[in-house]
Write a new protein. Structure first.
Length: 597
């Protein structure tokens, strides 16, 4: 979100263009375009537009290049405008759609693969009203785990939500509470004023943004950062009390900027790391129409913050100074396990990384090898990524075929004839599709003595329900491995018992649900599960030993001490809704009801 704090002609005079805010929102979006987006959108609100003139604009498009296409459309309108208008900020604001003081932008990364996707699911969402102070533009980074509860709550209030998607429901709930807040202000102010225009102005000045957020969010179970803009000019940003989703902001006397990642703000605004602040969990930053900024406690930061560790391992760009250090440390903490797997034979080993997100962890791994052995390990860029896509966000029916062609190898990078061990580090192993369908096959063409795949994250054992597309039990290679181990060792009864326990609590309130799926993993060591993962992922044609070395939970917490959100690996979900969702996911798996893309 970008909120200009000066009139447009200020930026025209200082920066030579009124498009300062538009350029910043575009740059911010491009700096965060690293998650395999399937669409995006931009919204804008103009302050103090005369009646009869549009004051709120929104454009959304599907596809990986949505933002570029939207900006291209906006620029085409600008280029076709009379230069006399274009060079006059006041006239531009009157005639051009996105000549505004307030901007909201969003890149959609699918968080629910079962959901039917269309352009209507792209942010920002817009709730129009004849009164500007009841018009709401909404966008954010979030997933709710209790949409059924929220849907029922709204319908019992007499509303008719047109969709069960969490964004629609949040918009309707916030809109409902906004209406109530405006009505409360109206009833109070009308006792002192009789002129309706004066009453409206007073409502906009006195509207308690924190109040209508507080009366809405008490029901939300999940991880979220939401941004909102009201038609009359107020804006807000709110972050969940456990800090599950990230949020950063920058403020000076000209602009307020909000984004999911700190480096995007640093680069876009050319400011230092310390100038960009992290929004405190459970707190709303509220920007009033007059530019006044205040921070209000909505729920209060949870004493046990559960900031998402997977944001640090993979999703956020690695050019944040803290994330860079954390990823290096993730690689370094694996040193002992790697050396053990190659029997400390560094001289006859080649180290590489699986591009592109594992490069920083690779640097940490190499530093660790140097420290431990006092040797300079042999490094090569063995793997080349040919296709710029992430197979774990593709449709199941095409994922296997895509995975076959994602990578290629640099021939001659290791000595043939099973002389060298080949150690390749990746950020994470989710489904294992790419390993089985592509990586292990093409690596084996180089004839290594042994292949060691290193994961800088622990075994991903459980679905995520807070914003990342990992939802079906059977998709996780760790889950497939442990269920196979249970069957192979005559312990099928444990799977049945976990099902019975899960089924028995199917209709309990979410606060009473226990994650019994953890009991499936209890009989086995991490090493036993890793060995079984190797069995199910290694193609028949690979004729050398293969080992997978996973990060440990202790190693994860050591590398990322402030990011305790580890539910993907431990099953320790941060909210009650997570336990209910894992309960449902396992029941669906056991009963064969998983929805296949």
């Amino acid at each position: 979100m970008v909120r200009l704090l000066k009139p447009l002609d200020y930026y025209q005079q200082k920066y030579g263009t009124w498009q300062y805010g538009l350029q910043k929102i575009y740059l911010l979006l491009e700096k965060q375009h690293n998650r395999g987006q399937e669409g995006g959108g931009i919204g804008a609100v103009k302050l103090d537009m005369p009646p009869g003139e549009e004051y709120i604009w929104r454009e959304r498009k599907e596809g990986a290049h949505a933002i570029q296409e939207i900006i291209a459309d906006v620029n085409q309108q600008i280029e076709q405008t009379d230069p006399n208008i274009l060079n006059d900020a006041t006239q531009s604001k009157l005639h051009l759609p996105f000549a505004a003081e307030m901007y909201m932008g969003h890149l959609r990364y699918s968080s629910n693969s079962n959901q039917q996707f269309s352009v209507m699911h792209l942010h920002p969402f817009l709730r129009r009203h004849n009164w500007k102070n009841r018009t709401l533009l909404l966008g954010g980074n979030f997933n709710l785990t209790n949409v059924d509860e929220l849907f029922e709550y709204l319908t019992l209030k007499g509303q008719h939500p047109r969709d069960k998607v969490d964004t629609f429901l949040m918009l309707e709930q916030l809109g409902y509470r906004l209406d109530m807040e405006v009505q409360k202000e109206y009833d109070f102010i009308k006792l002192r004023y009789s002129n309706d225009l004066a009453i409206t102005q007073k409502i906009e000045e006195q509207l308690d943004i924190a109040s209508f957020i507080r009366k809405s969010e008490f029901m939300w179970d999940g991880g979220y950062v939401i941004t909102g803009m009201l038609g009359h000019g107020d804006a807000f940003v709110f972050r969940d009390s456990k800090g599950i989703r990230p949020c950063f902001y920058y403020v000076d006397d000209e602009v307020v900027v909000v984004a999911s990642e700190r480096p995007g703000i640093q680069t876009s605004m050319n400011v230092k790391e310390q100038d960009v602040k992290e929004l405190t969990p459970g707190t709303a930053m509220i920007i009033k129409k007059n530019g006044n900024i205040k921070f209000e406690l909505i729920r209060g930061a949870d004493k046990h913050l559960r900031k998402c560790s997977f944001e640090r391992i993979y999703f956020s760009r690695g050019n944040d100074i803290d994330i860079y250090k954390e990823r290096k440390r993730l690689g370094e903490t694996l040193t002992d396990s790697i050396l053990k797997s190659i029997d400390y034979d560094v001289e006859n080993s080649v180290f590489t990384f699986i591009p592109n997100t594992a490069e920083v962890a690779f640097q940490g791994m190499i530093d660790g090898i140097k420290k431990k052995t006092k040797q300079n390990p042999h490094t090569e860029k063995v793997l080349i990524k040919d296709v710029k896509l992430r197979t774990f966000i593709s449709q199941n029916k095409t994922r296997n075929d895509l995975a076959t062609h994602v990578y290629d190898v640099t021939y001659g990078s290791i000595r043939r004839g099973k002389v060298d061990n080949l150690i390749a580090i990746d950020d994470s192993i989710v489904r294992g599709t790419t390993l089985k369908q592509s990586l292990l096959k093409i690596i084996s063409r180089l004839e290594p003595k042994k292949i060691i795949i290193v994961s800088s994250s622990p075994q991903i054992r459980y679905p995520d329900f807070y914003g990342i597309d990992m939802s079906k039990m059977s998709e996780f290679c760790a889950f497939r491995a442990v269920t196979q181990l249970l069957k192979d060792t005559g312990r099928q009864h444990i799977i049945d018992e976990v099902y019975q326990k899960s089924k028995a609590q199917e209709h309990l309130p979410k606060e009473q649900v226990v994650n019994y799926v953890t009991e499936l993993y209890a009989p086995f060591t991490d090493e036993e599960i890793s060995a079984q993962i190797v069995k199910i992922l290694t193609p028949d044609e690979v004729d050398c030993p293969v080992e997978i070395v996973f990060q440990t939970i202790d190693g994860l917490h050591e590398a990322c001490p402030d990011y305790k959100g580890d539910w993907y690996f431990t099953g320790n979900y941060p909210t009650p809704g997570g336990n209910r969702m894992i309960n449902k996911s396992f029941i669906d798996y056991y009963e064969g009801k998983e929805i296949i893309d």
